[in-house]
Structures are given as structure tokens and as C-alpha cells.
Design a protein around this ligand. Structure first.
Ligand SMILES: Nc1ncnc2c1ncn2[C@@H]1O[C@H](COP(=O)(O)OP(=O)(O)OP(=O)(O)O)[C@@H](O)[C@H]1O
Ligand SMILES: [Mg+2]
Length: 269
């Protein structure tokens, strides 16, 4: 399943004194199975991009096509699932089971199928079905909440999963867990994964491609070389890593913040 943006512009409050064009003439395509990070400075249009991807808002001009490549893919096409920023704030049922099964029950899916889907979705984000299904989603750790919220979209079995700031508000460990699960979604489950992120640390290392937005305009789109350039431009930890490397200290992988860098240098981790 591929996604094609053709000259897409999106303007909030069009025709009013407060109108704001958040995406400007964006043309790009994203192929099946890619892992794409969408990044840029605050207000650059990342969240608007994710909402356009998921069909939550429609382009003011231009077009977005989500197209299966052949008829068998057409049969299997299950669209784009969107995980909004802080998705755990939208939990509303008393148990993880009830929260995740709500849209499936509404769609008339059998209880047996619902349980299978919940097991698979929770398993995909490393949450044990038996231990967690009767627990209140509000009583989980921040990282667990975020993973359960991702599972809430996975139960719908979308081919493409787009997430807005999936690392926001998590500590180093929580971030590492999400990064690992997202990579698994792409690698083991064959999903196309698109993440809007300001927190490039971790995600940029595992994505195949980065899209860089500046004030709603596409100013960077590419693989390893573009990723390296953007990482050193946007991530303070990457700059720290480069500076230390020049002095002969290699921080290695898995360092997400200054505290972890400090511990690594001290040889604690
Ligand atoms: N609902 C809205 N109404 C009006 N303007 C909006 C709305 N949402 C976003 N904007 C404006 O559109 C531009 C892009 O916003 P967007 O939220 O897509 O950027 P972002 O890169 O996700 O930023 P952030 O760093 O806040 O996550 C910004 O200038 C923002 O002020
Ligand atoms: Mg945003």
C-alpha cells in the first residue's frame, strides 16, 4: 500500500483573519513497509501532516491517495491507523480489555475474534494479555500506558500506523521500549510506520528515511546521509556524542538523555 501526497496544502481557519497555512505544496510518496520519521522544529507542521495522513483532516488543495498496488492488496487494505499525541489520555473504560475491544464490539466482531485480536495487538507491544487485560489502563506506568494505547490502534489491524510524538513525556527507558516496539511493527509485522517526532534521538537511528519540514515546507527527504545530517542539526545528544567522539570517548548506542550520557561516561551503564 503506498501513500502519495500531490501538491498538498492545508490551511487552518481559511478565510478568517487568523488563517494559518500549516502544510505548503507538499509532494511525496511513502511506500509499503517503510519506517519514516517526520521531523522539524516546533510548529513546522508535523502533527498536521499526521492528521492528513490519517484522513482526520482533508487537504485545502492538492490530493492524498492511499493506493494498493494490486487487487489482492486492495482486498487486504485496512488503511492508516493514527496514534495521536498522548493517546493514553483517551482511555475511558475500566479495564484494558474493555478499552481495546470497544471499537471492535461496535463493529459487530465476535467475542472470540476480539480476544484473538487483543492478544495479538498486546503481544506486538510486549504487554502480557493475562496480566494486563483486567487491569485499569489508568493504573499502568507511563510506558505501559503508551504501549497499550498503541495496541488500541493495532487491534484495528491497519497496514500503516502513523504516530504523533510517540516518545513525548516518557523517560529514557520508556522511550527505548517504544523505539523497540515500533521497529518490531515494521520488521516482524510488516507495517508501514510513520512517526512525527521532535525527539529524534533513538528514532532517527532506526528509521529508513527522514522527512524534514520547515514552516510547512518539505526541505529534506532522504535516507542514511540525510538522517545523519538532520540528527546532528537537531539533537543535542547527537552533538554531545560527536563532540565526545572527537575527544576519543564513544558513547555508543542506547543513550537518550544527558543523564544517561553522564552515567555511560562514568562507566555505570
Ligand atoms: N487547530 C489549529 N488552528 C490553527 N492553527 C493551528 C492549529 N493547529 C496547528 N496550527 C498551526 O499550524 C502550524 C503547524 O502546526 P503543527 O501542530 O502541525 O506543527 P508541529 O510541527 O506538530 O508543532 P509542535 O511542535 O507544536 O508539535 C503551527 O503554526 C500551528 O500554530
Ligand atoms: Mg505536533
Amino acid at each position: 500500500m503506498s501513500i502519495i501526497f500531490k501538491d498538498v496544502t492545508y490551511t487552518y481557519n481559511k478565510g478568517t483573519p487568523v488563517e494559518k497555512t500549516a502544510i505548503k505544496g507538499l509532494s511525496l510518496s511513502i511506500g509499503s513497509g517503510e519506517f519514516v520519521a517526520v521531523t522539524g522544529r516546533p510548529g513546522s507542521g508535523r502533527s498536521t501532516f499526521v492528521q492528513l495522513l490519517g484522513g482526520l483532516i482533508k487537504p485545502t488543495s492538492g490530493s492524498i491517495t492511499v493506493s494498493p498496488r494490486n487487487s489482492s492488496e486492495l482486498m487486504a487494505c485496512r488503511g492508516v491507523g493514527v496514534v495521536l499525541q498522548f493517546p493514553e489520555r483517551q482511555f475511558f473504560e475500566e479495564s484494558v480489555y474493555d478499552d481495546l475491544s470497544f471499537p471492535l464490539r461496535r463493529a459487530g466482531i465476535s467475542e472470540e475474534e476480539i480476544e484473538t485480536r487483543l492478544r495479538d495487538a498486546l503481544n506486538a507491544v510486549d504487554i502480557d494479555f493475562h496480566t494486563y487485560c483486567d487491569r485499569s489502563p489508568l493504573e499502568l506506568s507511563s510506558g505501559e500506558k503508551r504501549r497499550v494505547a498503541i495496541a488500541a490502534i493495532l487491534v484495528l489491524d491497519p497496514e500503516v500506523i502513523a504516530l504523533d510524538e510517540p516518545l513525548a513525556g516518557l523517560d529514557g527507558r520508556g522511550k527505548r521500549e517504544i523505539v523497540k516496539e515500533l521497529k518490531r511493527l515494521q520488521g516482524e509485522m510488516g507495517k508501514t510506520v510513520i512517526v512525527a517526532t521532535q525527539d529524534c534521538e533513538g528514532l532517527l537511528r532506526i528509521c529508513d528515511r527522514v522527512i524534514f519540514l520547515e514552516n510547512g515546507t518539505l526541505t529534506g527527504d532522504g535516507g542514511a546521509e540525510t538522517i545523519k545530517g538532520i540528527a546532528s542539526r537537531t539533537s543535542p545528544i547527537q552533538s554531545l556524542r560527536d563532540a565526545l567522539k572527537a575527544k576519543g570517548v564513544d558513547l555508543g548506542n542506547g543513550v537518550f538523555d544527558a543523564e544517561e550520557a553522564f552515567l555511560r561516561i562514568k562507566g555505570v551503564k
